[in-house]
Design a protein around this ligand. Sequence first.
Ligand code: COA
Length: 252
Amino acid sequence: MIDINIEKPIAIIGLNREQKLNALNTRLYLELYNILQQLEINKEICAIIITGKGRAFSAGADIYEFYSMTQQAFAEFLKIARMVYDFIENMNKLVISAVNGYCLGGGFELALAGDLIIATKDALFGFPEITLGLIPGSGGTQRLARIVGRNKAKELILTAKFITAEEALSLNIISKIVDKELFLEEAKKLANNVCKFSADAIYKAKRAINEGIESPLSVSLSYEIELAVNLFNDNVKKKIEEFIYKKEKRSM
Ligand code: COA
């Protein structure tokens, strides 16, 4: 259900349930989790791009699987989804969601768990759960509200309306709208732009932002100092040295 392509230092994960618009079922989540765990410990990989085959990033959780579930099984399903999304959020890699077409429900939650989202012009984002008498249960109410604010999140979740890539851009949900033909190339370009920097600095910047945003400012500021100090080593000195050397050479 998942394709994996390694183009060091980038790993490209393609959700591959095209006929079902990459609907997310238990098997797919477990496969994805297994792949992510392997990538997490692979020091040659700096960035992961998650994308969907066909005309969707993902149309959300597999509602056919839901249909046969007990309430207990549904709770287990959400626990698995949360395990995967929390893992993505806390990875020591950059995670880019490259969104094409539908990005709904659990698919939208998957995209939101990563660090950056880029999308094609025809991408559509939304939370249709309420039309089934449900609510997003894998971070949608929480991660979306932290990005777009309480009222906008309520508007999107309570009306179940789909928004375009343009609207998602104006709400800071996505970073960029890209050409359909080039969207994977654009994702790789973005990944390479970040991966030229120190892997440890990338990870610590992610942690400072992700964890800091959840804590009182004074606590987060102390945490930021702790992480920055931890990064201040001989490599940083070397880079400063290079910077000074280049500057002096230019002024000669
Ligand atoms: N779960 C399981 N299967 C899904 C799915 C989902 N969330 N979304 C789409 N599919 C399947 C369809 O059943 C169909 O399979 P089939 O051809 O075997 O019947 C296939 O994907 C294509 O979907 P289809 O509905 O024919 O495409 P469309 O272009 O007419 O509509 C959507 C696209 C996304 C608007 C529509 O499929 C939809 O509303 N899906 C459900 C979205 C949703 O509610 N997600 C949140 C779940 S909590």
